[in-house]
Ligand binder design. Structure first.
Ligand code: ZN
Ligand code: FE
Length: 266
């Protein structure tokens, strides 16, 4: 399995998942078609699926153009049949999607939106705007309990080595926030330094971004060590949250909700 990271809009990631055995490929979360078409042409792969993690325009806007160009079906959660552009095939938790000889499992993780899913391969997960490197998506159509279940029950259960491919290059600002809650977490400190160094060389236009400036993929293990939304059991983080938001309960859902509110105004 090969994953091509295509920078789109101002900080979005669109991915091409390529099965090298058959040269078949799937596009994940494309808001604009041109950069995708260029990369597909360069690589000479055959696009067989257009996959959406959720309905937001910055993840699905190019679905109609790509579906038509490649004659490919558009897949997303069944509940989003009216909201995902060019939607043609509904998915549910546990469904399988085959890309050539590769197989993804669908994991239902509603919280950022009510129909959000992840595409999970044996060693890589495409998490859209649910799990970011160092953070998580805003709770537009869900609540802290749903995000807790998505991150700390479903995604946390994946093997630590699973690579995490998320929807945006938000890692630096996420970790700048994380370090305020856990200044004593050496893993956060060292990852933040590494990410700052990578991002210091960033192209003026994200469309021109090279692999060297991209901080994605992360891994599930790295997220467990650095992501405040997956560290709701950390005594240091709990103490920071209770100082910033007095009266917050110490259970994971309450802590996650408070961390989300603090991040919203960071
Ligand atoms: Zn979104
Ligand atoms: Fe987004």
């Amino acid at each position: 399995m090969k994953v091509e990271r295509i920078p789109t809009l101002s900080d979005n990631y669109t991915y091409l998942i390529i099965d090298e055995a058959t040269n078949e490929a799937a596009v994940v979360d494309a808001p604009e078609a041109d950069p995708v078409v260029r990369r597909v042409d360069e690589l000479g792969v055959r696009v067989t699926h257009v996959l959406s993690t959720h309905h937001h325009w910055d993840h699905s806007g190019a679905n109609p153009e790509l579906a038509e160009r490649y004659g490919a079906p558009v897949l997303g959660h069944s509940s989003d049949s009216d909201r995902i552009p060019a939607f043609s095939q509904g998915l549910e938790e546990g469904d399988r999607v085959r890309i050539g000889e590769l197989e993804a499992r669908v994991v239902f993780i509603p919280a950022h939106t009510s129909g959000h899913i992840a595409y999970v391969f044996p060693d890589a997960a495409f998490t859209g705007d649910c799990l970011f490197a160092g953070g998580c998506g805003r709770l537009f159509e869900g609540d802290p309990g749903m995000m807790y279940a998505a991150l700390n029950e479903k995604l946390a259960a994946l093997p630590d080595a699973t690579r995490v491919y998320c929807g945006h290059e938000y890692t630096q600002s996420n970790l700048e926030f994380a370090v305020t809650l856990e200044p004593g977490n050496a893993a956060v400190q060292s990852k933040l330094e590494a990410v700052r160094a990578r991002r210091a060389g960033a192209a003026a236009d994200w469309h021109d971004a090279t692999d060297a400036e991209m901080t994605i993929p992360s891994t599930i293990g790295e997220e467990k060590a650095t992501n405040p939304f997956m560290r709701v059991d950390s005594p240091e983080l709990i103490a920071s949250v209770q100082k910033a938001a007095p009266g917050t309960g110490t259970d994971g859902v309450s802590i996650l909700g408070a961390v989300r509110s603090l991040k919203d105004s960071f």
